[in-house]
Design a protein. Structure first.
Length: 128
């Protein structure tokens, strides 16, 4: 088990994503901000290239194309499968800044059965 929102958790998440299929055009540089966690706010980022998670690190990505901000409680609920990401977005619980087209380019990933299996694997190894 790895603790949610630690570098170890991000590294293991990346390792588990290795078998995701290539999805040409599904590329983006995403900054995540999780507010109000037990250790304060957490910033981490993903670099996704053609459907593959190439980098997943704590910190700030200076050239992020999209920034997604959410509360710690919502991040946990999403990670545990108790809150749908799309519903959270539509309800304004995930705030999005930046290039919406880049975010939409990731829909072929996030709507796939392979992504759902990856989420289940990450859930299974996460400690809150």
């Amino acid at each position: 088990m790895t603790r949610f929102l630690t570098q170890e958790w991000l590294d293991e998440s990346t390792r588990l994503s290795a078998d995701q299929p290539e999805r040409p055009g599904a590329s983006a540089r995403l900054q995540y901000v999780v507010e109000g966690g037990p250790d304060g706010d957490v910033h981490y980022y993903w670099i996704v290239e053609d459907g593959h998670l190439k980098e997943n690190r704590l910190g700030i990505l200076a050239d992020a194309e999209v920034t997604l901000t959410q509360s710690y409680e919502d991040a946990v609920a999403i990670q545990q499968g108790e809150l749908d990401t799309n519903a959270a977005f539509l309800q304004g619980r995930i705030r999005v800044e930046g290039d919406a087209v880049k975010l939409m380019s990731l829909l072929p990933i996030t709507m796939s059965p392979e992504f759902e299996r990856w989420q289940q694997e990450v859930r299974g190894m996460t400690e809150y």
